[in-house]
Design a protein around this ligand. Structure first.
Ligand code: PLP
Length: 423
């Protein structure tokens, strides 16, 4: 009997004991190839020696010191490296322990920015239905996964939702991708006008949607129009790159492929390859300046912010990705994965669409291909695929959930950046 409060109380889990490259090995000696990075986390596989060495070195030196007393060399170096890699877009970075914490901090940062600049009525957040931003109450409020929200509906903070950019389902047959992108983005303007621009603090979106819609890259015009709207109405743009960021889509930050920059950006998962729990919030200089000149203090923090060992793992991960040119491999193997998925699956009657960027792919499953009718909610087919895959030594990430009243089934693939074609 397990005394661990596993999230599923109906399932028994294999016992993982070791890792080898992109494989996890259980206590029966069975090997599982990780095709999803767990949940798009394990970007360097499970036994990357230089990363383990860097973490151990930091533990030997100084594992942790509370951030209200000291800064550390490793923290300063990691922040400098990460900020430098934004090519002057961002000026500071705030380190937390994961994605939900990064989103909570981003929400509060946006709110404090407007309080500190004398616009306290700007308090509403607009997010998108097809989105997941984490499980803490603020982050959960922004997301659209109805099952995850259902038991907690009465205690959420409330957020306003527009549609995500979802070409497969929302683009009209006679509409170009460019025209659809503009139409989808203009929903934001309508929502800001409905709420009153003087009341809206920020728009929050995943650059490439992950865990609610099986990897949804935006249409080419979408984020350029979103950026214009945010600028016009003095609304901050917060991009959630917890899943799609830090190299997953083939560029370090996914937003660079859309020709825009956010005001605040949340990252986590791949930032430290899962070797330590780490998330981060990037911000532009004008936000930092406003808070410096306002309260002079960010009214939000956790015990483990700026954790030396976690930050050492983050810095080492980023150095490895650069020195090994792993983003080139993300692009190369991502193209190969797309090609193979199309060859093997595109004509199957239950495969609606295969899409994605870099090593971030989604397969949308449908009951009827011609009408794009999803499976009935009683048929969580993606979860069944996960179970069969595990039996066969393959980890893939199932997404079965209801968004905006529509049941969806998707399989997400997000292998490590080190994966090779034969794997
Ligand atoms: N944002 C996105 C886009 C995510 O995919 C996730 C997790 O899957 C989160 C936020 C929450 O991150 P965490 O689970 O580390 O709290």
């Amino acid at each position: 009997m397990s005394h661990v409060f596993h999230r599923s109380l109906q399932q028994t889990y294999p016992v993982a004991v070791s890792g080898e490259g992109v494989y996890v090995i259980d206590n029966q000696g069975k090997r599982y190839i990780d095709a999803c990075g767990g949940a798009a986390v394990s970007c360097l596989g499970y036994d990357y020696a230089p990363l383990k060495t860097a973490i151990n070195a930091q533990i030997d030196k100084l594992p942790f010191v509370h951030s209200s007393f000291f800064t550390t060399d490793i923290l300063e170096q990691a922040a400098e490296a990460l900020v430098n890699d934004t090519n002057g877009v961002m000026s500071h970075v705030y380190f937390v322990s994961g994605g939900s914490e990064a989103i909570e901090a981003a929400i509060k940062m946006a709110r404090q920015y407007f309080v500190d600049t004398g616009k306290p009525s700007k308090r509403y957040f607009i997010a998108r239905k097809q989105s997941y931003h984490g499980n803490t109450l603020g982050a959960l409020s922004l997301g659209g996964n109805e099952a995850r929200k259902a038991p907690y509906k009465d205690i959420l903070i409330g957020a306003n939702h527009i549609s995500a950019c979802y070409e497969y389902r929302e683009k009209q047959p006679d509409e170009s991708a460019e025209a659809y992108g503009l139409r989808a983005a203009n929903e934001l303007e309508a929502e800001i006008l409905r709420l009153g621009a003087e009341n809206v603090a920020a728009f929050v979106a995943e650059t490439v949607v992950g865990a609610t819609a099986g990897c949804l890259p935006p249409a080419p015009t979408y984020f350029k129009r979103i950026r214009e709207i945010c600028d016009q109405y003095d609304v901050l743009l917060i991009l959630d790159e917890v899943m799609c960021g830090m190299g997953r889509t083939g560029t370090l930050h996914a937003y660079t492929q859309d020709g825009i920059t956010p005001d605040i950006q949340a990252v986590a998962k791949g930032i430290a390859a899962g070797y330590q729990p780490l998330g981060a919030v990037f911000m532009k200089a004008f936000i930092v300046d406003a808070i410096r000149q306002g309260a002079g203090f960010f009214q939000h923090g956790h015990t483990y912010i700026c954790h030396a060992t976690a930050v050492a793992a983050g810095l080492a991960t980023q150095r490895i990705i650069k020195s090994e040119n792993l983003l080139d491999n993300v692009v190369k193997q991502g193209d190969y994965l797309s090609q193979r998925l199309h060859e093997q699956l595109a004509d199957k009657p239950y495969v609606g669409e295969i899409r994605g960027r870099g090593l971030f792919k989604g397969i949308e499953l449908v009951a009827d291909k011609a009408s794009k009718t999803p499976h009935d909610a009683s048929l969580p087919i993606a979860s069944r695929i996960r179970a069969v895959a595990m039996d066969n030594g393959l980890m893939c990430y199932p997404i079965a959930g209801t968004i905006d009243g529509v049941n969806g089934n998707h399989v997400l693939l997000a292998p490590a950046y080190i994966i090779q074609a034969h794997e």
